[in-house]
Ligand binder design. Structure first.
Ligand code: SF4
Length: 334
């Protein structure tokens, strides 16, 4: 992994090195009393990747695979158990609170659920302006002007009319635009978009994706695009990283991963994408069962209990991420 990062060092905006986040298990009083062993949820377990400036990296996987936790660690919204995140070559975990506040202007997040991430008692104009008010660089009139401008950019029009509305007075699509506006109001360079269309209706999804592509060009943004829907990546991502149970199992350029998925999990995810042809028949078997618990991940390859191609060695040997081609990496012993 490091090798490909070094080759692209000049253009690299974000580097994630061997990142781990293990949450201590919350036990009841009796369980705590009876057992001395501390359990952990291994949400993120040794994840490494990089994102070049201006690139969109899709982080894809089922619910509970650790993609949202990875996104939050990349912005230091969580402290890691171990590992590092370098932004323009410097570790974000080494910064003081004051330095981190300055950096937050350049690193923002679009949260998954716009309704939950907006205060029902705060007018949307105030919510969008909040990040610039924190940085305290502008007077009231300037803040309002910047806020109205960004509202126009994301399609919240007429901005002066919507400025004083509350979240419950807006449609789902408009609320999604509000959280996008709030993320962009500080003029960031890097944005973690955490399932930005998961809560939107199908018709609105296409519009939001189009808006994100357009804003990326206009604001020269770099995205970490988190999604459970691999098909969505086609419209926005340059590369994709597939996550399974806290680990990246395949990473590479979008076209290459779509045309030639090497990991059986990626192949089944692609197979699950609906095809608008009633005669189409699946060629890949669907993985058996549910994603296992991140408290006690299976030994060996974590995918082996569900893998249609599993061999005996898969239950004992844990595969590392290896070079499939120069830019396409995969963690599978076969
Ligand atoms: Fe399947 Fe084995 Fe490859 Fe894991 S290592 S994905 S179990 S074939």
């Amino acid at each position: 992994m490091l090798a490909i990062q070094v080759k692209n060092k000049v253009q690299t905006l974000l580097e994630v090195h061997n990142l781990k986040k293990h949450f201590p298990l919350q036990k009841g009083f009796i369980d705590n009393f009876l057992s001395k062993e501390k359990g952990f949820v291994r949400a993120v377990d040794d994840v490494s990747f990089f994102i070049k400036k201006g690139e969109v990296l899709g982080l894809v996987g089922e619910s509970g695979c650790g993609k949202t936790t990875t996104g939050r660690l990349a912005l230091r919204l969580l402290e890691p158990t171990s590992g590092d995140v370098l932004y323009k070559g410097s570790s974000i975990f080494s910064h003081s609170k004051k330095e981190m506040l300055k950096m937050r202007k350049k690193m923002q997040i679009i949260f998954q659920d716009p309704y939950a991430s907006l205060s029902p008692r705060m007018a949307i104009g105030k919510a969008i302006a909040h990040p610039i008010v924190i940085h305290n660089k502008h007077n009231k009139a300037e803040v309002k002007e910047i806020c109205l401008q960004i509202m126009e950019k994301v399609g919240l029009t007429p901005a002066s009319f919507l400025y004083k509305k509350y979240p419950h007075q807006l449609s789902g699509g408009q609320r999604q635009r509000v959280v996008i506006a709030r993320a962009l109001v500080t003029n960031p360079e890097f944005v973690v978009a955490d399932e930005p269309i998961a809560m939107a209706d199908v018709a609105v999804r296409a519009m939001i994706l189009e808006l994100m592509v357009q804003l990326k060009e206009e604001f020269d943004l770099t995205y970490l695009f988190i999604t459970h829907d691999l098909a969505t990546c086609k419209y926005i991502c340059d590369r994709v990283a597939i996550m399974y149970l806290g680990k990246i199992v395949e990473i590479g350029p979008l076209e290459e991963v779509f045309k030639n998925p090497i990991h059986p999990y990626t192949a089944t995810l692609l197979e699950a994408v609906p095809v608008p042809d009633p005669k189409y028949r699946r060629t890949q078997p669907i993985p058996k069962g549910e994603i296992p618990s991140a408290i006690n991940p299976p030994p060996g390859c974590r995918f082996h209990p569900r893998c249609p191609s599993a061999k005996a060695m898969c239950s004992t040997d844990e595969p590392d991420l290896r070079e499939g081609s120069r830019v396409h990496w995969v963690a599978c012993s076969l």
